[in-house]
Structures are given as C-alpha cells and as structure tokens.
Write a protein that binds this ligand. Structure first.
Ligand SMILES: [Zn+2]
Ligand SMILES: [Zn+2]
Ligand SMILES: [Zn+2]
Length: 169
C-alpha cells in the first residue's frame, strides 16, 4: 500500500480545499484496511467515522450521538462508544486527550506516532508525522528506565490561518 504523508495545513484551510476528497479517501482506506484485517466495518462504525470526518476539528462523543440520531434513531451512547473503541483499535481515528474528543486519522495505512497540533481558535487539529520528535522522546524515556506503553504529544496554539489577523492588528 502506498505511503502518503498527511496533507499540509494550507491544504486544509484554503477555500479550494476538497474536503469531500478527504472524507471519501478516509472511508475508502477504512474499508480496505478492515477487509485486509478481516474485521467488520459495520454501517454504524462507518457512519461514526464519516461523522468524525465532517471536519478537521475534534469531535466529542456526545456530539456524535446527536449527529447520528437522524440516521440511526435507535443509536444508544453505548453503540457510539463501541464504534469509537473499534475505530481507535483499528487506528482509523485518534483520541485527542486534552480535548477529550476524537479526530479522523489521515494516515492509518502506516504505523505512525501521534503528534497533534491543535488550534485553539478554529479548532482544527493537524496530525504531523513527528518521527524525529517521537524518537527523541522514546530515547529520553528509555534513558529513565521507564517502560513506555503509549506516547502522544498534543500542542495547543494558533494555526497559520488564525494567527494571521492577530499579526496584522
Ligand atoms: Zn479535509
Ligand atoms: Zn494518525
Ligand atoms: Zn485555526
């Protein structure tokens, strides 16, 4: 499978950004990966993934529940949570710990670390490969004799789009 890097920040924010393309791609990748892994992307799991991909902003579980109701009247919180667990396990989404919310992963096809840049104004979350940063963190942790289970770095600030008006003021 081809290795693709996440799209650049600029691509997210220009009016010409083809978000339908992001969603279609995410769903296509999810279908391929689930088929390969012989796990089921049930309609509810697929719908939850699609709803998370509505934008590049992080989504809270209870917002997902509201949004899924029109499609799945009978959807209970447990149904949504189970779908989220599945999507996390398959690494199709990431949990944004500092916001207690979720974003779609744009590079599920390859093993990768979790380095997220979170814009505090527009709420967009950009996923970065972060390979070097994460390798440095891993060696630091090893040096401390600490056994690593999971590492994720979340950085809060303003994205290039949101930082602009402030700079001009
Ligand atoms: Zn997009
Ligand atoms: Zn990812
Ligand atoms: Zn922003």
């Amino acid at each position: 499978m081809n290795v693709r890097l996440p799209p650049s920040r600029e691509e997210y924010l220009t009016p010409t950004h083809d978000h339908r393309g992001c969603v279609d791609r995410a769903l296509r990748v999810a279908e391929q990966l689930c088929a390969q892994r012989e796990v089921r992307l049930t309609p509810i799991r697929r719908k939850v993934l699609e709803l998370i991909w509505e934008s590049h902003r992080a989504v809270k579980a209870y917002d997902l529940l509201d949004r899924i109701k029109p499609f799945e009247q009978a959807a209970k919180p447990a149904t949504v949570y189970r779908a989220l667990e599945f999507l996390l396990e398959q690494k199709l989404i990431h949990r944004v710990e500092s916001l207690n919310a979720f974003i779609g992963c744009n590079c599920s096809e390859r093993r990768h670390e979790q380095l997220l840049l979170i814009c505090e104004r527009c709420g967009n979350v950009e996923e970065r490969p972060g390979t070097e940063v994460m390798a440095a963190v891993a060696s630091e942790v090893e040096e401390a004799g600490f056994k690593l289970h999971r590492k994720a770095i979340e950085i809060h600030g303003l994205c290039p789009h949101c930082v602009q008006p402030e700079a001009e003021a």
